[in-house]
Design a protein around this ligand. Structure first.
Ligand SMILES: Cc1ncc(COP(=O)(O)O)c(C=O)c1O
Length: 385
């Protein structure tokens, strides 16, 4: 059904399915009262699901101060405490707050340029970093790029895993940054090997280049550890976050290692809304909840269960080509387009995503339990019969 409001929205999103009016736990409720199991979490945003008491309490407490926004002209406790929390749990000595994943990556590129004094950027095939001019230039999606060329110059996309091409692209005399997702999301849910991340670390060190990990989708508990880089032990110079950071409120962040942070000066970068008191308060509550060792342990346990279940399904359904993933971030590559399967699952009451043309992506709320996942995979199994 098309409503007047929907028709006035710019037509950049091909929307599907019913109009949703409420959410509870891992379920979304449509206008007609039908409940759907949501294994999309607002595209890996709603880590704590819907109506979580931690978010509700944080919003209430923040609103009680009267401060939704303050500006970065003045000191503000919520942003400072959130930055301290993220730094304490990571390699970072300083954090910059912004409003989205693309904005975080654009900021990281600027910080890398400032630190290295160089300009160029190297990214990888299958990577997705956002839809703004620099982040789109680093994104390997020809259909997203082509209508808007020329994009930012000096950005090269190299085949992931190709050492010779990477060594040609990453230059001591011109490259400011190498950017990579430790687990590629939009590009088909592909965990990048620890060996490749370690190789990039050494190459960047040798050539004076900033290594940026884009953890906008795979960070903050999604892979069963707080930051995906922990799986490899490879530490970047800069790391970007967004999606789940503020529990569904728009927020991004750039984490900077001490050397990069030292190179940044007042006035180098800014954004009006970055780290406002409301979003920062909610984000602190969300990050505190996710960083709890018991919470992460539960994500690992549930994620391992899901991976085992999906691999068993793949053994029974020949339409599935491969299952890939870690934690609660899984992709099922089909031998056929994913869209009709996703539509059929939705008709069966289960919401899943695509990641490229042939991959079904599951990024449920991190609070999901195995009973809900069993229901979801059961519907996929029927649909793929
Ligand atoms: C890895 C990664 N980086 C960046 C982005 C862009 O984030 P945003 O849509 O908040 O700009 C996304 C969005 O899907 C992403 O998955």
């Amino acid at each position: 059904m098309t409503t007047i409001a929907a028709s006035a929205l710019l037509g950049v999103y091909p929307r599907v399915g019913p109009t949703f009016v409420a959410g509870e736990g891992c379920e979304l409720v449509a206008a007609d009262g039908t409940r759907y199991l949501d294994l999309t979490a607002g595209i890996a945003v709603n880590a704590l699901g819907y109506g979580h008491p931690v978010i509700r309490a944080a919003v209430d407490a923040a609103l009680a101060t009267g401060l939704v926004h303050l500006s970065n002209l003045y000191h503000s406790d919520p942003a400072e405490r959130l930055a301290e929390l993220l730094a304490r749990h990571s390699f970072a000595s300083a954090v910059f707050f912004c409003n989205s994943g693309a904005e975080a990556n654009e900021g990281a590129f600027k910080f890398a340029r400032r630190w290295t004094g160089k300009t160029d950027i190297v990214a990888f095939s299958g990577g997705f970093h956002g839809r703004l001019f620099a982040s789109l230039a680093a994104t390997d999606r020809p259909d997203y790029r082509r209508p808007f060329e020329p994009l930012l110059g000096g950005v090269q996309i190299v085949p992931l895993g190709d050492r010779a091409a990477t060594e040609r692209a990453v230059r001591t005399d011109g490259t400011a940054a190498v950017i990579i997702e430790p687990v590629q999301g939009e590009g088909g849910v592909r965990p990048v090997s620890p060996e490749w991340l370690g190789y990039l670390r050494r190459l960047c060190d040798d050539r004076g280049v900033a290594l940026i990990f884009d953890e906008v989708q795979c960070g903050l508990g999604r892979t069963g550890v707080l930051f995906a880089y922990e799986h490899s032990g490879v530490v970047p110079d800069l790391l970007t976050l967004a999606k789940p950071l503020a529990g569904g409120f728009p927020m991004g962040a750039v984490l900077l290692g001490p050397d990069v942070a030292e190179a940044i000066e007042p006035g180098d970068h800014a954004t009006t809304f970055g780290g406002g008191p409301l979003v920062a308060s909610v984000a602190r509550a969300v990050v505190t909840t996710i960083a709890d060792p018991g919470f992460l342990e539960a994500v690992r346990t549930t994620g391992t269960w899901l991976g085992t279940r999906l691999r068993a399904l793949a053994a029974r359904r020949r339409r599935i080509r491969e299952v890939r993933g870690v934690g609660l971030m899984w992709g099922m590559e089909l031998h056929e387009p994913a869209a009709p399967v996703i539509a059929a699952a939705r008709a069966g009451g289960v919401l899943v995503l695509s990641a490229g043309a042939n991959v079904i992506r599951l990024v449920p709320p991190l609070i999901v339990d195995t009973a809900a996942l069993d229901r979801g995979v059961g519907v996929l199994e029927e649909v793929l019969a």
